[in-house]
Design a binder for this molecule. Structure first.
Ligand code: TYD
Length: 150
């Protein structure tokens, strides 16, 4: 799917002196039925997660705490998103290669997914991903991440 099959979604929130509440609802911020929820936490700062695409899975990803960078690639274009607030979700449609990196200490990434875990839905090889999205297969793998600012 083209990169336009992803979008940042502002989440509903309620704030008062007792703190902040953030909610996601199916049919409101989440454009699919949620079949699975998982967390990424205790991720070392230097870790690189993701490095795959999904054939059919839809997801919404957000930083429940901390921050990280999520890079999406549709085989032609790529874009990096910094997720740094629980009030913003990133909807990711199928057919997008993703990498997650630069996790700040204490980050908790929350992922809502449209299906149960199924290894058969993963595309873990970049050339297979290029074939899946119908672009020429290159030998140099996914585009390199931009250099980190000093
Ligand atoms: P993976 O999706 O490759 O991690 P990430 O994309 O965050 O780097 O998952 C790592 C391992 O955990 C892999 O063996 C698949 C397994 N797994 C499950 O069993 N259930 C799940 O819901 C998820 C997301 C992964």
């Amino acid at each position: 799917m083209p990169l336009s099959a992803s979008r940042l979604v502002p989440l509903w929130g309620y704030d008062d002196p007792r703190g902040r509440l953030t909610s996601l609802e199916e049919g409101r911020e989440v454009p699919f039925t949620v079949r699975r929820v998982y967390l990424l936490h205790d991720v070392p700062e230097e870790a690189l997660r993701g490095g795959h695409a999904h054939k059919a899975l839809h997801q919404v990803v957000l930083a429940a705490a901390g921050s990280f960078t999520l890079r999406l690639d549709d085989g032609i274009q790529h874009e990096s998103f910094t997720l740094a607030t629980p009030r913003l979700g990133l909807y990711i449609g199928p057919g997008l290669w993703r990498t997650l990196e630069s996790f700040s200490p204490g980050t908790v990434a929350l992922v809502l997914a449209s299906a149960a875990y199924d290894e058969g839905d993963y595309i873990r090889d970049y050339a297979d991903f290029q074939r899946f999205v119908g672009v020429p297969v290159t030998s140099d793998g996914p585009p390199a991440a931009p250099p980190v600012a000093p």
